[in-house]
Design a protein around this ligand. Structure first.
Ligand code: MRU
Length: 353
C-alpha cells in the first residue's frame, strides 16, 4: 500500500505547504512564516480542502504569535485568516480553537507555545478522524455493494491531514479489494478533480478515469456508477451540505437514478450555528478562473471566452439534506440525514469530549 501524500508540515517555525496550484506539473513547497503568508496561500488555493484549510490556519495563528508579541496580534491574525475564504467552516473552527487556547496568556512565548500546541492537537485530531472516515465509509460502501464510484473535487491527502475524507473511504474500499473504478469529475474551473484527484489516485494505484463534469449525469443515468461519494465544506444543522460547485448536480442525478449519494467529512465540518444551507455564504471567486484554462505549468493561462465576457464563479453549491443518502463522520454514519441526526451526532461528540 502506497504511503499517503502529505501536503502540510510544520517544522521549526515554518509551515511548509505543497503548492497545489502547481500540481500535477510541479511539486513545489511554499515556506510560510506568518499569518499573511498562510492567508495568501489559502486565498490562492495553494492550500485547499476544508480540513487542511483549518489546520493550516491554526498554524498561521501560531506562527504569527511566535513572531509578534504585540497586544493585538492575536485578533489581527485570527481576523486575517478567517476572512481568507468564507465557505469551509473548518477555517473559523480551527482559528477559534487556537485563539481560545492562546487567549488566557499574556502576549509572549508562552502564548505562542499554547497556540502551537492547539494547532498540533487539531492536526492530530484530523488525522485520527481521517482513519475513522476511511473505515466507516468503506464499511458503508461495502454494505451497499458499491464497486464503481463517482467523486468530485479532491478529498484525499491533499485536502485533509492523513488519508483525507471521501477519498480515504474510497481508497480503503480499494485496499479491501472491492473497488473496480473511480470516475473523477474534473471539477471546473480549477480542476481539482483532473489535477489533484487523478494525481492521488495514480499515486495510490487505483483504477480511475477523469470525466468532464457534464458527463456525470448521463453516466449515472446509464447505470455506470454505483454511488456518488464526495466531501463537504460546511454541513448545516439540518444536514444541508455545501461542497464544491457541481455537487448539487451530481446529487440530483443520483436521486433520479436511485443510487446512493454519500457525503464524507469530519465533525469539524459540521456547523451547528448555521441552521440550513440557505444561510451558508457561498464564495464568489474571480471571473478569470472560469474564463481561462491553464496553458503552461508556469501559471500562464489561455482565454476561452471573448475579452469583454464576464463569468460568474460561485465556488460552492448547496445540496439539500433530503438528497443525501448518508453522512459519514468519524463518529459513525447518519442516515437519513436530518436535523435530529446531526444534532444527536454532535451531542454524542460533546459528551465523549
Ligand atoms: O475550493 P476547494 O478546493 O478548497 O474545495 C474543496 C472541496 O470542495 C472539497 O470537496 C471539500 O473541502 C472536502 S475536502 C476533504
Amino acid at each position: 500500500v502506497a504511503q499517503p501524500l502529505q501536503a502540510l508540515r510544520h517544522d521549526g517555525g515554518v509551515l511548509w505547504a505543497l503548492d497545489q496550484t502547481l500540481l500535477p506539473w510541479d511539486e513545489r513547497w511554499l515556506e510560510l512564516r506568518d499569518a499573511r503568508g498562510v492567508a495568501d496561500a489559502l486565498e490562492h488555493l495553494s492550500i485547499r480542502g476544508a480540513p487542511l484549510i483549518g489546520v493550516a490556519a491554526g498554524y498561521g495563528v501560531a506562527l504569527e504569535l511566535a513572531l509578534d508579541h504585540g497586544a493585538d496580534s492575536l485578533s489581527r491574525a485570527a481576523e486575517m485568516l478567517v476572512s481568507a475564504r468564507p465557505t469551509a467552516v473548518n477555517l473559523a473552527y480551527a482559528v477559534g480553537r487556537v485563539a481560545d487556547a492562546a487567549a488566557g496568556y499574556e502576549p509572549g512565548p508562552e502564548r505562542a507555545a499554547a497556540a502551537l500546541r492547539e494547532a498540533q492537537a487539531i492536526e492530530r485530531q484530523e488525522i485520527a478522524s481521517s482513519d475513522a472516515l476511511a473505515s466507516h465509509g468503506a464499511d458503508l460502501l461495502s454494505g451497499l455493494q458499491v464497486r464503481r464510484v463517482l467523486t468530485h473535487c479532491n478529498t484525499g491527502a491533499l485536502a485533509a491531514p492523513g488519508r483525507g475524507t471521501a477519498l480515504a473511504a474510497i481508497a480503503e474500499l480499494h485496499a479491501r479489494g472491492e473497488l473496480e473504478l473511480v470516475l473523477a469529475a474534473e471539477t471546473r474551473p480549477l480542476l481539482q478533480g483532473a489535477r489533484l484527484t487523478a494525481y492521488e489516485l495514480g499515486h495510490l494505484g487505483i483504477e480511475h478515469a477523469v470525466i468532464v463534469d457534464g458527463a456525470a449525469a448521463g453516466l449515472i443515468a446509464r447505470g455506470e456508477v454505483d454511488a456518488v461519494v464526495l466531501g463537504c465544506d460546511r454541513v448545516a444543522a439540518n444536514g444541508d451540505v455545501a461542497n464544491k460547485v457541481g455537487t448539487y448536480g451530481h446529487a440530483l442525478a443520483a436521486r433520479a437514478a436511485q443510487i446512493p449519494f454519500v457525503v464524507v467529512g469530519p465533525c469539524s465540518t459540521i456547523d451547528p450555528q448555521t441552521a440550513s444551507g440557505a444561510e451558508i455564504v457561498i464564495e464568489q471567486r474571480d471571473s478569470w478562473e472560469v474564463g481561462t484554462v491553464p496553458a503552461e505549468p508556469s501559471g500562464v493561462r489561455f482565454a476561452i471566452v471573448p475579452d469583454a465576457t464576464r463569468c460568474l464563479n460561485p465556488a460552492f453549491d448547496v445540496t439539500p439534506a433530503e438528497l443525501v443518502t448518508a453522512l459519514v463522520t468519524e463518529r459513525g454514519v447518519i442516515t437519513p440525514v436530518d436535523r435530529d441526526a446531526v444534532i444527536g451526532l454532535l451531542a454524542d461528540a460533546t459528551a465523549a469530549g
